[in-house]
Design a protein around this ligand. Structure first.
Ligand code: HEM
Length: 486
């Protein structure tokens, strides 16, 4: 084919047969890819065995390909480990086609910007509970933020209130999160790269993730079935609260032709709200806490804005959003400064393509390097610096664009982005209006310095760090829960 004479995008030198596998670090691959992109170009190609990976390091390239040519780039590579674990149906790694469109529709009808208004009250109440928990016991702030993200997504998916961390559903959610965190990088394990390994005996080298996947199946099954069965029981008894599962089952029942397959689709969509939404929200909140700790001047300015607009007699509401432009810049900068899904989720080219004189072969894995894009020096001045003012109009700021790419591109763009953004906004607004985040003190009363360190998986988050979060208003508890200030 003539296209084969067109060169692949450039890339670093590789080894025969294995390709770049020795050169790709196990962690923080986004930074490595960005380093290569600076040297070889905004689009690079790397090879792992026979698999070609195209890495896009510029937002404009991702928009040109993943958005404008979405008819070609909306597929996913297959992740056999996930399928072996039983994460099906699962929109995140579903191939592009009819079932994908059905799942996407479920997410779309529940999570457009307009549809998200229905979740605001729940988000506000949960944000206040979060702040109450932290103010009562700030040493465990990380646990409470994890609770906030899990309980919120479970509530929205299934309508269930998770009041304590010992709740059965939290345990199930933790088990399944554990499974995900230990299942290797999606598409990057030896099983993904050499699928025949899944059929080899467990002692065979390279089969670790296949064995792990088989052992994990019961946990994943519980995550799919237990909360979903509970919603169906509650619906039958007239006890079910509003939720995505409730809405979608009701919609199916109204057609009088509900099939098991359709019910499985709703079950799969509900579980993915938690799987895709909890870890990402938790991790972004931790990045926010870290940024406030390291930049007290930013925190002070956001608090001054909150005091001016909201005052001390009430707490922030979504209706205050437009009056708090600096707070918006703080959240936008958190999302840019450390995108918690640094490589997004890989796309797959469905046919041969040529872009700016470079060949992208059918079947190539196409990675949007969100980490690299967030550090683009052509767009962001001193990109490693945390500076919310960069988005403000000149002369106050640099008039730089918001970093929307943290939620991906094209027909695969994160369908939970409005929900996630709102959850984060109300949580940080409530926290900053009632509390101050600062460095923890050691036993001699000296501040403990924090050097940012991260855990890497498909989602990356700061390693736990010591931190002090203390009330800054009189009687915060009465403000948070007037009916039950204890
Ligand atoms: C700060 C929070 C979040 C971040 C940073 C984030 C980021 C992302 C990214 C980068 C992708 C891949 C997009 C692509 O392939 O181009 C994605 C996909 C996805 N996200 Fe999110 N997300 C967040 C929260 C949520 C929430 C709350 C939900 C649930 C409602 C959600 C549901 C999904 C789903 C279902 C997909 C797969 C979409 C598909 O394959 O078509 N996400 N997200």
């Amino acid at each position: 084919r003539p296209k084969q004479r067109i060169p692949l995008p450039p890339g670093p030198p590789s080894d025969p047969f294995i390709g770049h596998i020795r050169h790709i670090p196990p962690h923080d691959q986004g930074s490595k890819f960005h380093e290569w992109a600076k040297k070889f170009g905004d689009i690079i190609s790397v090879r792992v065995f026979s698999r070609t990976m195209i890495v896009l390091d510029k937002v404009s390239a991702a928009i040109d390909l993943l958005d404008k040519r979405s008819a070609i780039y909306s597929d996913r590579p297959s992740f056999p480990v996930y399928i072996m674990m039983g994460w099906v149906p699962n929109i995140v790694n579903m191939t592009y086609g009819n079932q994908f469109r059905k799942h996407r529709k479920i997410f779309h009808s529940n999570f457009t910007r307009e549809a998200c208004v229905q979740w605001r009250e729940t988000q506000t109440v949960m944000a206040r509970r979060l702040v109450k928990m932290i103010l009562n016991d700030d040493k465990n702030y990380n646990r409470y933020i994890n609770w906030f993200a899990s309980a919120l997504t479970i509530k929205i998916a299934y309508g269930m209130d998770i009041v304590s961390e010992d709740d059965e559903y939290v345990k199930i959610a933790e088990e399944s999160a554990d499974v995900l965190n230990n299942s290797g990088s999606p598409g990057g394990t030896p099983i993904d790269l050499m699928p025949f390994l899944q059929h080899m005996p467990s002692w065979f080298p390279g089969t670790h993730y296949a064995n792990f996947a088989r052992k994990s199946r019961p946990f994943v099954k519980r995550m799919y079935n237990v909360p979903f069965d509970r919603v169906r029981r509650d619906m039958a008894n007239g006890m079910a609260g509003p939720s995505v599962a409730n809405t979608e089952i009701t919609r199916l029942m109204s057609t009088n032709s509900m099939t098991d397959e359709e019910l499985e689709d709703v079950k799969g969509a509900a579980v993915i709200i938690f799987v895709a939404g909890a870890d990402t929200t938790w991790s972004t909140m931790l990045v926010f806490i870290q940024c406030m700790l390291l930049h007290p001047e930013v925190q002070k300015r956001a608090q001054e804005e909150l005091d001016r607009v909201v005052g001390h007699d009430r707490l922030p509401e979504f209706s205050d959003y437009d009056s708090l432009p600096y707070l918006e810049c703080v959240l936008r900068e958190v999302l840019r400064w450390y995108p918690v899904a640094p490589l997004g989720v890989p796309h797959r080219a469905m046919q041969d393509d040529v872009y700016k004189g470079m060949f992208i072969p059918k079947g190539a894995t196409v990675i949007a390097n969100l980490r690299g894009m967030s550090l683009d020096e052509d767009v962001y001045k001193n990109p490693k610096e945390f500076n919310p003012s960069r988005f403000m109009a000149e002369p106050e700021g640099n008039g730089e664009p918001f970093f929307e790419s943290g939620f991906g591109f094209g027909r695969r763009i994160c369908p939970g982005r409005h929900l996630a953004y709102n959850s984060l906004w109300i949580a940080i607004a409530t926290l900053l209006s009632t509390a101050t985040i600062s460095k923890a003190l050691d036993k001699d009363g000296q501040e403990i310095d924090v050097a940012p360190e991260y855990l890497f998986g498909i989602v990356s988050r700061p390693k736990e760090f010591p931190c002090r979060i203390q009330s800054r208003v009189d009687d915060a508890m009465r403000l948070l829960f007037p009916e039950n200030p204890e």
